[in-house]
Ligand binder design. Structure first.
Ligand SMILES: [Zn+2]
Length: 206
């Protein structure tokens, strides 16, 4: 079996820029949703699609000549422990490159496992169980969740300040109630409003 058969870059006549144009047409991606791999949180992208006008999830796969070639979804999920943004940075850069994005939504959820331990507790247990010191491996503030407001504020700021985040995207931080499946907006960082320039109020409009 020649595994290269399945790689776009190994096809005869491959041109990277043309391939990228084709990818841009394949999925009408708008929004990356970062959330936790807790199985109870599986409906988060559906809830985001309901909460944000114009979003489609999971959409339909488009088939052509026996091959899956596209999708009608506007949402790509990035599923990581605690929904912490640090694990999503590279995926956001790649999503922008291939499809283009308009929004990033970070969702943390009630009764998350990430609130059940501390960075120190995890580092200590790993040392004793695996015999390895990982105290310098991760930024402590990204390991667990001490309180939701801080974690959502930190993660939306981390995304905004990452060089790999396109400047034009809007960034939102939501809390998802795992039992009622309700979303509560905690942080809204709209690119169009400007982070340091407050929007022009009605009184000063002409
Ligand atoms: Zn969780």
């Amino acid at each position: 079996m020649d595994l290269n058969t399945y790689a776009f870059s190994q096809q005869p006549g491959f041109i990277e820029t043309e391939m990228r144009k084709a990818f841009k047409q394949a999925v009408p991606l708008r929004t990356v949703v970062v959330y936790c791999y807790d199985p109870r949180a599986v409906n988060i992208p559906h809830a985001v699609a309901k909460a944000m006008p114009g979003e489609v999830y999971p959409g339909d796969i488009v088939w052509e000549q026996g091959k899956k070639v596209a999708s009608t979804t506007t949402i790509f999920p990035v599923v990581v422990a605690g929904g912490r943004a640090v694990d999503a940075l590279r995926s956001i850069t790649v999503a922008q490159h291939l499809f283009g994005i308009e929004n990033i939504v970070v969702v943390h959820h009630t009764y998350c496992g990430a609130t059940s331990f501390t960075p120190e507790g995890l580092i200590k247990a790993f040392q004793s169980e695996q015999g390895v010191d990982i105290s310098a491996l991760y930024d402590r503030a990204n390991i667990a969740i001490a309180d939701y407001e801080s974690s959502l504020k930190r993660d939306t700021r981390l995304l905004r300040e990452s060089k790999g985040t396109p400047k034009h995207v809007n960034i939102y931080g939501y809390l998802f109630n795992i039992d009622t499946e309700a979303l509560t907006l905690i942080v809204e960082d709209r690119a169009a409003l400007g982070r340091h320039n407050p929007p022009v109020g009605p009184a000063t409009r002409t």
